[in-house]
Design a protein. Sequence first.
Length: 255
Amino acid sequence: MEDLILPHQDKEFISTTDSGGWLLNNGFLIFKTTPYMKDFLGVLWRQHLALKSKERGDQKFFIDYLKKVQLSPEKYHLYPQADVCAPPFLRHPHSFSLHVMGMHLNDIRLTQIRAVNGVVLKEKPLPIGKREEFFALREKWAEFRDYNFFKFIQQELPSPTSLASPPFSCYNPGQKLAVVSLYTPEIAGYAIESEKNIKSYCEKQGYTFYVYRGALDPHSHGNWSKPKALLNHIEDHAALIWMDSDTLIFNPEKK
């Protein structure tokens, strides 16, 4: 993580661009533990608690909050998503991590993918056939999804790993930098693999790793708990790195 932080020590936080056309992707966030960022996250958490409608993800809310507090773009840095936390169709051999994110069909447009490949990466775009194949698979998945079936599976076949795990763990405590992640029981089946992967990376590189296995606000989905999970540890480290629970370190040799 030092390699991402050191070139931008004057920034309050660091994130990545977003393949869906958003200002940034909040599945990977680095926060300096400054008084300003402590207040920033504190207000964000209080606004999350007060928000009544949380049907959609928290990414748009986070971006709107940046605009509301008028945080200047000079105060944060955005790496190309493909270089730091790449979705599968943008991953390249030098990507730091892979983000198997829950992309919304309405957020992704073929023109945006072309822009990310051609402008952000500044390298040869993916072959047209591969892009078309990706979108065809996305359409098939949209037709297949049966949420009643998924709900049944979650209720009738709970993950044995989630049943045995404590609600919170801290690995390799007392380090200068710390990674924070959170997942809820219904996704533990794959999130546990992300936990193992990030834990191994943090032990290798000398980072603390905090993992929460349940929402910190009982009235909303776990992704709305990011500010609180970060606030819990903001006094203990020089910087905190948030990584979503569907993230895998792809190049563990990188700091």
